[in-house]
Design a protein around this ligand. Structure first.
Ligand code: 1GP
Length: 213
């Protein structure tokens, strides 16, 4: 489950739902966050033993009290700031922390609607029907030594990443695949899993109380 640190009005209630569910871990982050991520992580950790994994939109969202960090490089984009720039800003702090660092290739795929990540990162998503580009991007990430690939349709996407793309990427690479963006139901999640996802991420639908687990 993904928690956006700025949407914490009902945080305790949300964590309770997640703790009673079959969620394996909690991701924390967002494209634009003004709340203090470490404070939100502390609140989450008071209530649940689930691992807390940072999913940061930029270097300001580092929180040393989390368990792990998805060190995201936006490899579908051509904006150096999100390929390497924010990482340079954060590197010394990360090295001093106890966080488990998971270098992750973040691949944005068109989800049928303009998303915050697209706007905030000033990058173009891969068109939803360009499976070959998504596969080549994921493969390049694996060849560069990244440890995971995140296929992202963007928070609140109209269409999740297609099973065709997930399946084609699964056939091409060996590292774990995360799929997120626009998943609204168990059926959506199961489709992504069947296609080859190792981890699926649900944020908006749980926040809105629409996702039944
Ligand atoms: C966004 O993939 C996550 O980065 C989750 O997306 O909010 O649409 O579930 P949703």
């Amino acid at each position: 489950m993904l928690i956006d640190p700025d949407k914490t009005a009902s945080l305790e209630r949300t964590i309770e739902i997640v703790s009673r569910s079959k969620a394996d871990m909690i991701f924390v982050g967002g494209s634009l966050v003004s709340a203090n991520t470490a404070d939100v992580v502390a609140r989450i950790k008071q209530q649940t033993k689930l691992p807390v994994v940072l999913f940061p939109g930029n270097a300001s969202q580092l929180a040393p009290n989390a368990d792990a960090l998805l060190l995201l490089s936006l490899i579908s984009g051509r904006n150096a700031e999100f390929l390497i720039g924010q990482h340079v800003n954060a590197a010394l702090q990360i090295a001093k922390s106890q966080l488990e660092v998971i270098p992750t290739g973040y691949i944005l795929i068109d989800g049928g609607v303009a998303t915050s990540v697209q706007y905030m990162s000033a990058t173009q998503p891969i068109p939803a029907d360009k499976t070959d580009i998504a596969v080549a991007t994921a493969l390049a990430g694996e060849l560069l030594g990244l440890k995971m690939v995140y296929l992202e349709a963007g928070s609140g996407a109209k269409n999740p990443v297609s099973t065709e793309i997930v399946g084609a990427v699964r056939s091409a690479i060996h590292i774990p695949i995360i799929v997120g963006g626009g998943l609204r139901s168990i059926a959506d999640v199961e489709r992504a899993w069947s296609a080859g996802a190792d981890i699926v991420v649900v944020g908006t639908a749980i926040e809105k109380g629409e996702f039944q687990m």
